[in-house]
Ligand binder design. Sequence first.
Ligand code: ACO
Length: 341
Amino acid sequence: MTSRNQSTKSIGILGTGSAVPERVLTNADLEAMVDTSDEWIVSRTGIRERRIADEGVGASHLAYRAALKALARAGTKAEELDLIICATVTPDMAFPATACLVQELLGVKNIPAFDLSAGCSGFGYALTVAESMLKSGTYQKALVVGVDILSRITDYEDRSTSVLFGDGAGAAILGEVPPGFGFLATEIGADGASGGVLSLPAGGSLQPASLESVQGRQHYIKMQGSDVFKFAVRIIEEAANRVVAEAGLNMDDITWLVPHQANIRIIRSSANRLGVPEERFFVNVDRYGNTSAASIGLALDELAERGDLKSGDSVVLVGFGAGLTWSALVLKWFEGGRSGE
Ligand code: ACO
């Protein structure tokens, strides 16, 4: 856990943004593609539809759109950024980093820009890394963007995974906020020994693309869903409780919990285990499915957009994903930096 006592500087979110593709893939569409039903998908996952990027759209394009919105909301010009971190497991290409492609699209020169891979925990990981870099005083304003185009690595012949995933991007501009606001506690972690339950086997250095890897459908997500489910409900409870205590708060003080949007049953079970009414958990998994690194940023932006985040609200962001990884953060929302557009 990151100690809050080492620096007096408070770092928070000045503005959020998000972007999703126009194209909608409904449960009815999936019924025509694999042996599934709307009833099964809704009752087992809570998902009704998800967004799918058109051919020719890369992660950098969605990330750029989300970044522009976040900059406008923060009242920040792209030239003011001195750091870009992009969390993704579906970069445009292995390199250059998607963060560098976003940097180019934004027209920002000579600043560090790098990608970070932590699956669906990526947004929380990137916020945590950016916060510590800003807290050190070396950097002043960071763009953090979580983006994934999981439809490119989803096997639409596999009913157990194809119904779960969607595409999107969520972004945040980080900068200094008044004392007492911003990030109050952060935790990131990983259990590499359990990583095999969720992976994309081929396309890397161990199993480069080959005729066999393509024919064996090894370029698609492989997941042991029930193992991920068990990990998720355990780690959400443990990590959320730890960061809330570290922030000197109780669960009753938390206005909103914004969990990674993977499955409504994981969210309900977590609400139950944490003793928090379900209404305080933000949910949009029904409309977007699991958007991986984009999920928490996209959810936070929708919450802000609909006017449900007030200055001083305490918010918990909690995610889990490939690695297996997790991230949990407590944020005291600061409204001052937003332009209100
Ligand atoms: N439609 C109809 N039936 C299906 C479907 C489907 N789409 N998918 C699976 N089934 C069947 C299975 O074949 C199985 O049938 P059987 O009993 O005859 O063998 C039955 O439904 C039950 O399957 P389970 O896998 O046990 O179903 P479960 O209730 O565990 O739900 C699910 C599966 C939704 C995947 C759940 O385990 C889950 O949400 N896990 C978490 C996944 C997750 O959060 N991943 C996030 C990480 S993603 C990332 O980091 C990139």
